[in-house]
Design a binder for this molecule. Structure first.
Ligand code: UDP
Length: 587
């Protein structure tokens, strides 16, 4: 617990109706009988003060812990910045596991596999999600030296991980998420591509195929490529790259799984190649990590950085305010590394060596609404690049400032920055764009860099609670256009979009677009614009209408490669039995 006393003058936070439910269910402290004993104000003070306390370690700081605690409190309760869920849940509680993202290696031995299951269980219990590459496991039916029998292959073990996850709820609230990755040149790749064929199968896993550039070139040339046994490194077969890509696309069309990650791209941006290759990302794909590495994330609400134009000037982004928030947020996330107690010594060592943090954004669609810029426009893409460049430059500047106060990350000299004049930095990476699934509910903003799913919709969360939401900027614009009525809002909630509502002004219909109104190419262009200036990766789902074709998904997967994305996920409306978000009367 923090030694910093809560000041009497500390203002009460404003909590929106949805946040009230989410905070109570998941974040506020409960006693052993499940009774909540912490108020939201106490929660935010617990987090702010315990993270600010870390400042004491560093004599050089420009802040006193109490001043910094107040700054952090104001930053979070004005919903300008929020750290990832485990930090909100665990900071200052003595539980102390504050990171959302982990990657564990899965070694090709029974001991190695079950170590990974155990470590994953420990991480899930503490509120984190885990990514694994199963690429090191020998193929099914290959020989097992110790018994003379045959191996059962990555897929059979994947089921064990899935089952173990099922049994471990994070602090009684939610299950840990998993990412499973298999390289496209693994002999069991076809089984893996089809692993989630049946709805509900491997439901605690997102699956992604690790694609190489060599493979993508073979797709282009319609050539065969080699399958390589991971244990012997021998070529054990060949497949036609285009056929594999087609099947992959078919499966993604059917169910959204598997996604793809571009391993060479990811490793080109690996800041510490001397420590080995990156084989996997965290569960939602935004955070590539080395084996035994963890990363804490945090997100700035861009919608709160809007400056209304005065004296005839156009409305703009409040760049000075954004700069202030970025610098404070980087300090926050760097402190989180020190405040965190990791479930394994090996993780502590890797994290402390590289000190990765992932500062990202949410509320992007809200900002565009306020600026009257359609998401599906070149203006939005250009602004996305500009915002993210600013984020990365300022986050790095803040990391440099911290390096001056506290020293660079220990692996700095052997990192890619060691040979350039870019550093020294305190953190091997500073930027990541997270999905902000729950953070955006707490902040009451649009999630990540996604367009709105619907202008008005019903959100299914946590064991089928239903929350009705409509976007506040949309409501405001309707009122300003004198078009607001309860009847209209009800109509919109049925379909989510106003695209076909000809009676509404065109100026509204072009700006207030939703994920389904937008051509897939704009989703991808936006992802690429943000990726360009993001150290880690961008969480983004290319949402497609139910009638989208396999060819469209082919095109999206291919263009993701051409545009330099690190991976991509698609989702065709209605292709899974249970959806997190839905519109209409069919809930
Ligand atoms: N995550 C998880 N389980 C969940 C949701 C998220 O393990 O149910 C992890 C996962 O690594 C994911 C990351 O948290 O990629 C960030 O997700 P998000 O931004 O949605 O989390 P939030 O902080 O908003 O809860």
């Amino acid at each position: 617990m923090s030694k910093l006393k809560m000041p009497n003058s500390l203002p009460e936070p404003n909590i929106n109706e949805n946040a009230k439910i989410v905070l109570q269910r998941r974040y506020q402290r409960k006693d052993t009988t499940g009774v909540v004993y912490e108020t939201p104000k106490e929660l935010f003070w617990r987090v702010a003060s315990s993270i600010a306390e870390e400042e004491r370690k560093y004599g050089e700081s420009v802040y006193t812990p109490s001043k910094l605690a107040r700054e952090f409190y104001d930053l979070m309760t004005s919903y300008r910045f929020l750290p990832n869920s485990p930090t909100l849940m665990n900071a200052g509680t003595g539980l102390g596991q504050l990171a959302a993202c982990f990657v564990l290696p899965v070694e090709d031995s029974i001991e190695g596999i079950f170590d990974a299951v155990k470590h994953a269980a420990m991480i899930h219990k503490s509120g984190g999600g885990t990514g694994f590459s199963f690429s090191r496991l020998r193929a099914k039916e290959s020989v097992v030296g110790s018994t003379g029998g045959v191996a059962s292959g990555p897929l059979s073990f994947l089921k064990i991980f899935n089952c173990a996850t099922e049994q471990i709820k994070q602090g009684g609230t939610r299950r840990g998420a998993n990412m499973g990755i298999l390289r496209v040149d693994h002999p069991d790749i076809m089984d893996f591509i089809k692993a989630k064929e049946r709805d509900g199968e491997l439901n605690n896993f997102n699956l992604s195929i690790g694609l190489t550039e060599q493979f993508m070139q073979a797709v282009e040339k319609k050539e065969d490529y080699d399958l390589i046994a991971p244990n012997t490194h021998e070529v054990v077969g060949q497949l036609n790259a285009r056929e594999v890509f087609n099947i992959l696309v078919n499966k993604a069309w059917e169910s959204g799984d598997p996604g793809i990650v571009f391993l060479d791209r990811i490793n080109r941006d690996n800041p510490t190649p001397a420590q080995g290759e990156i084989e996997s990302t965290n569960p939602c794909g935004e955070q590539p990590l080395l084996p035994y590495e963890a990363c804490n994330l945090g997100s700035i609400n861009l919608g709160a950085c809007f400056a209304k134009g005065k004296n005839g000037h156009d409305s703009e982004i409040d760049w000075e305010e954004l700069r202030r928030i970025i610098h404070l947020s980087v300090r926050f996330l760097d402190n989180v590394i020190d405040a965190s107690i990791y479930p394994l010594d090996k993780i502590t060592e890797t994290v402390e060596r590289n000190r990765k943090i992932g500062l990202g954004v949410m509320g992007w669609a809200d900002l565009l609404f306020q600026l009257n810029i359609p998401y599906n426009s070149q203006t939005a893409i250009d602004l996305g690049e500009r915002v993210m460049k600013f984020m990365r430059d300022e986050a790095r500047a803040a990391s440099k400032q911290l390096a001056a106060e506290r020293g660079p990350f220990p692996a700095y000299a052997e990192s890619i920055f060691g040979e350039t004049n870019l550093g020294p930095y305190r953190n091997a990476t500073t930027t990541t764009i997270a999905p902000t699934g729950t953070l955006s509910i707490i902040a009451g903003c649009s999630s990540g860099v996604e367009p709105l799913f619907a202008l008005s919709f019903v959100r299914n969360v946590m064991d089928d609670d239903k929350l009705l939401e409509s976007n506040p900027f949309f409501e405001k614009a309707l009122r300003e256009a004198d078009a607001y009525s309860t009847k209209l809002m009800e109509e919109i909630a049925k379909v989510g979009t106003i695209r076909k509502m000809d009676h509404l002004p065109e100026s509204l219909r072009s700006v207030f677009v939703t994920a389904m109104d937008i051509q897939p190419i704009w989703h991808l262009k936006m992802q690429a614009a943000f990726q360009k200036y993001t150290d880690n990766a961008v969480s983004k789902t290319v949402n497609l209408p139910n009638e989208a074709t396999r060819e469209e998904i082919w095109d999206i997967y291919w263009k993701a490669y051409e545009y330099g994305c690190k991976g991509v996920t698609v989702y065709r409306d209605g292709s899974k039995m249970s959806q997190v978000l839905c519109t209409g009367d069919d809930k």
